[in-house]
Ligand binder design. Structure first.
Ligand code: HEM
Ligand code: HEM
Length: 235
């Protein structure tokens, strides 16, 4: 497919639309949301929680879109299995990886892991928020059924405002925040699990970016730019 023309400069290779706006906007909402939540985790609870909700919403929409969305967004169009993923990685190493217009098979595995880890991160965040503060979408489900009874009486309408301000405040400002005082053992356990998923997500994201760079180099294309414009070289 040589794109050249009798006049002068070679014409840019033909491009096709691959990533629809749901995929692209969803991706960058997730990226910005994860980093915002990460850096606000300790100090700015209002921002933290809303960044986390944005990630959770983007993940749910992406999962639904993976079932009913456009051609390259559908899981069925790119999820292949571990054999194909390993084959693609071997191809990268030997310089013979086959180019895919949609996600490559190794990227597909990573995408599933990232979505699962993000679901774990946001789910445990909401559970922790319910147990520690009696707030959020899981308050009333989780906070009403504690193991030790200490949180049983915290209705979602009466957040423990005396413990934390909603916005932009140091957690400790309104009283000593014992390391794991809030939420009792359930809170401590959940906080550990929340942190586990946070670091799992960040580790996977680091590997994901390495994979994006490796594939971009292997196929001579800028995949990051494609995640912005939605366009890729036709072949
Ligand atoms: C918290 C960090 C990140 C997470 C959780 C994340 C997650 C994801 C997910 C779920 C997809 C699949 C997109 C879809 O089909 O909807 C994806 C694809 C992609 N991401 Fe990320 N991402 C992160 C950071 C980044 C960063 C920093 C970059 C750029 C430097 C990047 C570049 C890309 C590209 C280029 C693709 C498409 C790969 C392909 O062409 O197959 N991601 N990412
Ligand atoms: C991708 C999304 C998220 C990331 C990256 C994230 C990250 C973090 C981090 C780094 C911490 C600090 C842990 C520490 O003490 O060292 C934290 C704590 C916490 N997060 Fe999240 N989080 C996310 C989503 C959520 C969501 C959706 C909620 C609730 C709606 C939430 C609620 C909490 C709560 C209540 C704490 C405990 C703060 C404390 O007691 O210290 N998080 N999170």
């Amino acid at each position: 497919m040589n794109a050249s023309n009798d006049n002068q400069e070679p014409v840019a290779p033909r491009e096709i639309k691959v990533w629809d706006p749901v995929v692209r906007i969803g991706h960058w909402v997730i990226v910005i949301g994860v980093f915002t939540a990460y850096f606000s985790g300790d100090d700015w609870q209002g921002i933290h929680v809303w960044a986390g909700y944005a990630v959770a919403a983007a993940v749910l929409i992406r999962i639904a879109w993976g079932l009913v969305g456009t051609r390259h967004a559908r899981f069925a169009s790119f999820v292949r299995g571990p054999g194909a993923a390993a084959g693609y990685v071997r191809g990268l190493v030997s310089g013979k990886a086959e180019r895919h217009v949609g996600h490559n098979p190794a990227g597909a595995v990573m995408i599933l892991l990232l979505l699962a880890s993000l679901a774990g991160t946001t789910g445990t965040g909401m559970a922790l928020y319910a147990v520690e503060e009696g707030r959020g979408p899981l308050a009333g489900i989780i906070a009403m059924a504690p193991e030790d009874g200490t949180q049983a009486s915290v209705p979602s309408e009466t957040p423990r405002a005396a413990y934390r301000d909603d916005d932009d405040e140091e957690y400790g400002e309104h009283g000593e925040r014992g390391e794991h005082e809030e939420g009792g053992e359930g809170g401590e356990w959940l906080e550990g699990l929340h942190k586990f998923f946070v670091y799992l997500t960040l580790t996977l994201a680091g590997l994901h970016v390495i994979g994006v760079i490796a594939s971009s180099l292997a196929h001579g294309e800028n995949l990051v730019r494609s995640m912005v414009t939605g366009r890729k070289r036709a072949e």
